[in-house]
Design a protein around this ligand. Structure first.
Ligand code: FAD
Length: 500
């Protein structure tokens, strides 16, 4: 019987997406008798931003066999306990979207219902004070979770990293090449398709070299050289919901104290990020070109840097949305070639990671089963839509009307799926999680509450405790959180110790 197993895998692109894919496939499919090549062009280069992540990256790092200490040292990384949002609900507001729960769930209902009850009574402390990661981030503290201390908030904190994306890709490259991935330098100038089915058979480089493959993974960045320029797959444009379409990025000196959180400050026509690494700070203004010029965005970024710049600025253009199919024929698009949702919640690298996991689950043979492909595309679309809705909430749930940009955002039409979620929360504070949706009720609550959306009522089960018990229980939780923050080491010192 003819063997239809995939033999040659060609990854086009050596940015974060390409090298993450190479590292994961070469590890997970080590016994599948595959030849994996990665084609990249130094002349074209990579996007080179993408420094903040979410906790799931730890699973990926584990999968590819990274040692955390080595990874922190090699990528200049810091720990990340959440994101601080400044000026989003209204000017002067600030809240943290933490990586980990608030308090603990009581009577089978989410903690926020109990907190809302206390808030109605007028005795509640700010919600942040029940969040260990949020409090620790602001206090400059960090330590790994302690799952062994079952009744302590230390058991349930979670964390991610902030790192130099270029160094991360380099690190992935080292791992991949060590496992036999063949790197080919060169610019792709033409693509050969099968006449009958339209599948891609080979790519030709400027040098004249031809690289043949059975499966092509398109990690060529925004242009989507195979998925779009060759296969004309089409793009679903979401810029009516997520209108920012440009960014200007600039590195600055390291902060005196390196924070274990990313800061996202809403501005006149978008928002500015600040991502602290061990050796420097990443900054950028993500903005909507309809409401501010490039020159004004750059001036605004420069004005709001916390530390002196150490490199020239870099402009980037994008269109938020997703390819109509991220898997088309024998091409799977990953990373920016698949779509882009803007970096507000640091989700792009995560979406690379889940796409890789999905390819592994649905690993094809040369028949390229249509049902597998349809399943892959449906799951990818659902995942992007869920993240999209979460991002839109940040823009839409605002009282700001101090600029045409915010006037647009607060009154724009939003997807029905998000409209439903907002209506349910406003009515009874409930937060439903769809299947394996990335963002948990804790994340949704952080943004709803942080951006001043008040529900009409809370879950009736939150009324079960009598008033005295409620106050005692909440006071205990509050004290437990404060005590943990006090005993945690400083992030700065912890990093030094780990990286030593
Ligand atoms: C402003 C901004 C901020 C971001 N911040 C974050 C963040 O904080 N967190 C996060 O998770 N993500 C972030 N991202 C997303 C993140 O940068 C990307 O997801 C990540 O860098 C992956 O990019 P990529 O590998 O898909 O594409 P690229 O980095 O663009 O790589 C494309 C590769 O394809 C190669 N290539 C292209 N054309 C050819 C050709 N013709 N021949 C040969 N090779 C070719 C290039 O040489 C390059 O190697 C951000 C993105 C932007 C725009």
């Amino acid at each position: 019987m003819k063997n239809n197993n995939i033999k040659n895998v060609v990854i086009l692109g050596g940015g974060t997406a390409g090298w993450m894919a190479a590292a994961a496939l070469s590890k997970s499919l080590a016994n599948a008798n595959l030849d994996i090549s990665l084609v990249e062009s130094e002349e074209i280069g990579t996007v080179g931003v993408g420094e903040a992540t979410i906790p799931h990256i730890k699973f990926f790092n584990h999968l590819v066999g990274l040692d955390e200490k080595e990874f922190l040292r090699e990528t200049n990384a810091t720990y990340k306990l959440g994101i601080e949002f400044v000026n989003w609900g209204k000017l002067g507001d600030s809240y943290v979207h933490p990586f980990g729960p608030y308090g603990i769930d009581m009577q089978g209902v989410h903690f926020h219902h109990t907190w809302l009850r206390q808030k109605r009574k007028g005795t509640a402390k700010p919600i942040e004070e029940f969040s260990l990661p949020g409090m620790a981030a602001k206090a400059g503290k960090f330590q790994h979770p302690r799952p062994d201390l079952k009744s302590s908030p230390l058991s349930s904190i979670d964390y991610a990293y902030q790192f130099d994306a270029a160094l991360y890709a380099k690190f992935m490259r080292k791992l991949s090449e060590g496992r036999g991935v063949k790197r080919i330098e060169g610019k792709v100038t033409s693509v050969k398709q099968n006449i009958e089915k339209g599948h891609i058979e080979s790519i030709e480089l400027e040098s004249g070299a031809v690289v043949e493959g059975d499966l092509f993974i398109d990690c060529s960045g925004f242009k989507g050289l195979l998925i779009e320029q060759t296969l004309k797959t089409g793009y679903e444009d979401w810029s009516e919901y997520l209108p920012c379409d440009r960014a200007v990025a600039r590195l600055s000196e390291r902060q005196e104290t390196v924070h274990a959180y990313t800061k996202a400050t809403a501005k006149e026509a978008g928002w500015q990020w600040r991502i602290p690494l061990q050796s420097r700070t990443g900054n950028g203004y993500v903005y909507c070109s309809k409401y501010i010029s490039d020159e004004d965005a750059l001036a605004s970024l420069n004005r709001d840097l916390d530390t002196p710049p150490i490199a020239d600025h870099k402009f980037l253009r994008f269109k938020t949305g997703i390819r109509k199919k991220t898997w088309n024929k024998n091409v799977v698009a990953i990373g920016l070639a698949a779509g882009f949702l803007e970096p507000l919640e640091s989700t792009s690298i995560h979406l690379i990671q889940t796409a890789i996991a999905r390819i592994l689950t649905n690993w094809p043979d040369k028949h390229f089963n249509e049902h597998d492909i349809e399943f892959f595309n449906r799951k990818t679309q659902a995942e992007y839509e869920q993240v999209r809705d979460f991002l839109i909430l940040h823009y839409h749930a605002t009282e700001r009307d101090d600029s045409p940009f915010w006037q647009y955002c607060r009154s724009m039409e939003i997807p029905k799926s998000l409209e439903r979620r907002i209506a349910i929360y406003k009515e009874n504070a409930r937060l439903y999680r769809e299947d394996t949706e990335l963002f948990t009720p804790v994340s949704w609550f952080a943004v709803f509450n942080g951006q001043n959306i008040e529900p009409s009522r809370y879950h009736p089960l939150a009324d079960i405790l009598d008033d005295d018990k409620l106050e005692t229980r909440m006071a205990e939780l509050y004290r437990a959180t404060q005590r943990c923050v006090e005993v945690m080491p400083s992030h700065e010192q912890y990093l030094k110790d780990v990286c030593r």
